[in-house]
Design a protein around this ligand. Structure first.
Ligand SMILES: [Zn+2]
Ligand SMILES: [Zn+2]
Length: 357
């Protein structure tokens, strides 16, 4: 099947801090190893706000840069050497494509590529160091695309990139959750996808901690065995009670809250694991000595490395990951600035706001 893209498209270009405009642009042509995708939808997240405000390093210059790093769509054309995909394939992405030649890429840690932002050496972080998915069409490297079965919707697919972040965190921390008690801090998209991952990986208790009742209820629907509203109760006391006084085997910090690292230290079992996948507005303070004393290991991970998006696709295909339920707002591309306003002001209690061309 041959698909012919038009010569021009609409794309949301960042012209300066807070200044994003939808303009007419040439549809790019895929080079060797690249694939042109017709974007079905692109998710927004907190990182986009940092990019929009100009607080994200190594983005392309203003007036030339299309953000958007959580997108899915349909393959339109493949560049030279690409035989992994065909026009018409429905695909989701991982944002990061490593250079494939540095030490970290060679060990699967391509979200920490040593040639980060060096496009000439083959690195691309879609919507961060290169044009992304707030557009009708986007290019990506073939090694950062994943074909989706027909049973997985585009809404689900957008959240698969998010699930890849949680799954990579678990992977880096040694994996294998079966039978263990898990606490997830932060019922945002990463936290809610991580609840589902832990459930699918046969965790014993999955305790979700947050402050917004609607998100906590979503977590319960998606598999959390217990929800703890930190506004109504002391989460540390509650979690210790729920875990026979010992604490959880694994604490996953996906909230970015200033108090959360300390709470992780207090609710994690001796010799347990803490996995940090969040970012913080400021430096954080917590009792590191207590972590050492309890023989706890702390792991961090960035984004969705280690081929974990492929694994997340498999889990979605098996019906174990529901992303569409997290999509609360669908905003047309022409109103992309409004989408960011909703995310920033949390107007209408958004979980995931997606932009559709
Ligand atoms: Zn994101
Ligand atoms: Zn690399």
């Amino acid at each position: 099947m041959a698909l012919t893209p038009p010569a021009t498209m609409r794309a949301a270009v960042l012209y300066g801090p807070g200044d994003i405009r939808v303009v007419e642009r040439a549809v790019p042509e895929p080079g060797p190893g690249e694939v042109l995708v017709r974007v079905a939808m692109c998710g927004t997240c907190g990182t986009d706000l940092k990019i929009l405000d100009g607080h994200f390093p190594q983005t392309p210059p203003y007036g030339d840069f299309v953000p958007g790093h959580e997108w899915a769509g349909t393959v339109m054309a493949c560049g030279a050497t690409v035989d992994e995909f065909s026009p018409g394939d429905r695909v989701c992405i991982e944002a990061h494509s490593g250079c494939g030649r540095c030490d970290n890429c060679l060990t699967g840690r391509y979200t920490a590529c040593l040639n980060y932002a060096n496009a000439a050496k083959g690195h691309r972080a879609s919507g961060m160091t290169a044009d992304g998915g707030f557009a009708e069409y986007a290019l990506h490297n073939s090694n950062a695309l994943y074909r989706m079965p027909a049973s997985v919707s585009f809404e689900d697919a957008v959240l698969i990139t998010t699930a890849g972040t949680g799954l990579y965190g678990l992977d880096v921390a040694g994996g294998y959750i079966a039978g263990q008690d898990v606490v997830v801090f932060g019922p945002g998209p990463v936290g809610l996808m991580t609840v589902q991952l832990c459930t699918a990986l046969a965790a014993n208790r999955v305790i979700l901690v947050g402050t917004r009742a609607s998100r906590l209820e979503a977590g319960r629907r998606l598999g959390a065995t217990h929800i703890v509203n930190a506004r109504e109760t002391d989460p540390v006391k509650e979690i210790l009670e729920l875990t026979d006084g010992h604490g959880a085997d694994v604490s996953i910090e996906a909230s970015g809250g200033a108090d959360a690292p300390q709470q992780c230290a207090e609710v994690t079992k001796r010799a347990g694991r803490i996995v940090v996948v969040a970012y913080y507005a400021d430096r954080v303070t917590f009792d590191l000595s207590a972590v050492v004393r309890k023989d706890i290991s702390i792991y961090t991970s960035r984004g969705e490395g280690g081929n974990n998006v492929k694994r997340a696709v498999a889990m979605a295909a098996a019906g174990r990951l529901r992303g569409a339920e997290l999509v609360t707002h669908r905003i047309p591309l022409d109103e992309v600035a409004e989408a960011f306003r909703i995310v920033r002001e949390r107007d209408g209690d958004p979980i995931k706001v997606v932009v559709t061309p």
